[in-house]
Design a protein around this ligand. Sequence first.
Ligand code: AGP
Length: 617
Amino acid sequence: MCGIVGYAGARPATPILVRALRDLEYRGYDSAGIAVLGSADGEGLVITKRVGKIVNLESALDSSPGNEATVGIGHTRWATHGRPSDLNAHPHTSCGGEVVVIHNGIVENYAALRSALTARGHTFASETDTETIAHLMEERTRSGLPLLEALRLTIGELEGSHAIVAMSPSEPGAIVAARVGNAGGVVVGYGEGEMLVASDLAAILPHTQQVAFLASHQLARVDRGGAAYINGDGSPATVEPHRVPIDPVSALKGQYEHFMLKEIMEQPEALSDTIRSLVTIEPAGIHLPDLGAMSDRLSEVRRVILIGMGTSLHAAMVGRAFIERLSGVPAETDNASEFRYRDPVLGPGTLVVSVSQSGETVDVLEAMAVARAKQAMQITICNTEGAQTTRVAGGTVYTRAGLERGVASTKCFTTALVALYALALRMGEANGYLARERIAGHIQDLARLPDAVARVLQDHTPYRALANHFYDARHFLFLGRGLAFPVAMEGALKLKEISYIHAEGYAAGEMKHGPIALVDRSFPTVAVAPAHALRSKLVSNIEQIQARGGEVIVVASEGDDELAALADHAIFMPAVPEFVEPFVATVPLQCLSYYIALRRGCDVDQPRNLAKTVTVE
Ligand code: AGP
């Protein structure tokens, strides 16, 4: 979850590292630090670290030496071992100051390592698990081993998954990095006379689009002249750089106050780009260009299990309905972190579809490893070119949402629905379940989707007004049926993530089996009730809530005056075909959460305790 960056080149490292940490801050933001080698007055290691956001680090750097150093590493932390503090912030050094380390992951056997190191005379300055890595490496560099070899032997002693970056005054100009398991990626960036390493592309793209990704148990040593790679057994590794097509400009906030609002507003374009990359309208056709070997195997599929976490799991829930209804293949969903531990039965013909915008979520990667061990077919839905999930799966359906920076996922949810819709149509085509005309009809519906979403986003007045009315609520219930049930779940997740209001998403039919006991005047309900989502059943649910004094906001299709008259507040969305409803109904809920969080003065883009990419269990 932490952000990692390293720079070796000819330019001053500090501003490059600080800028990169800003670009990575969404990964963790409870403390940050940098270490640079070779200060203005010659040699030496200068480490500066501060609890809190990057701005605190920047203030400390103003009075710190090392401003002309051209090699350094930086880290923004999401605490796992040791509370957020200056001391626990990365980088960490060995007691002799010979090795400095930043790390993403958890050293699962750190307690045993720490007592063994202490017994051997090492003294610890922090409460972190990471510091053990610095001490273990120092034991090796002291015995004369080069830094890369010291790191290679050290990772053999660590339990868990890790991304590690280190440097040493004994090898000025060099940075070493290792990836072990699925704790997070290590990307190597190839600039002009300079090299970068980072946990993800956001830190690299402002400098170069030429990148290479480390696989698990690969290590790299970079200096300003290039990179060398080895495998965990010490043999040379071939890691080819390639050009990534993401536009760094999309990483900027532009006219918007928050990335979340920018990304909500970008949805018509993101949807359009994703649709265009997967379907043609005239002649009507589904083309999934990255399905690879899975292209020819879709007709073999007899059962589908969709997995994901958080918002991506909600997308998977919608995808399940798409797949069952458009391809006739039985489908189910599972939380990836449960799937991986329940020893799932995956018979022949089982396709596992994972959904992950980052492609780096550890629970998803571990679940995919289980599916691979059981020889299931795999397709992944991903927004990040070349991400880890895309290397494990037999085929990928990419979404084209551009970089998503807000911790609360918005455009990656709706674009993932496009990918799942297209996959379901392609499966229905491959197994003969869907006639050509029906496919063409669905493609027409998809083609009109970006406009429908744009209409929802035209006027924010209703969301602002509702936010003013409800911002001090302490609880919210979100209800939906059918395709609107996962939308209700997603609405509740968005609200709790960014406004810290307790919210529950329920299948509306479940309401009277318990949740209704909570309803009173201070417990508002959002009923997601577009025309096709078993609307008439929801009418009775709304009446039951109102009979108990609860206030109801309804999300209804335009023209549904009956529902609007019944509810206390109505948000209208364009009337669209059934399968397009979940896309369009989600957007008002994103806006409602955003404006409620804004009214409450919350940190919308960096909500407390969260990180954009969850690479620890
Ligand atoms: C979304 O708003 C959340 N921040 C979170 O639930 C997220 O969807 C989840 O961590 C999965 O991430 P992924 O799509 O990158 O795998």
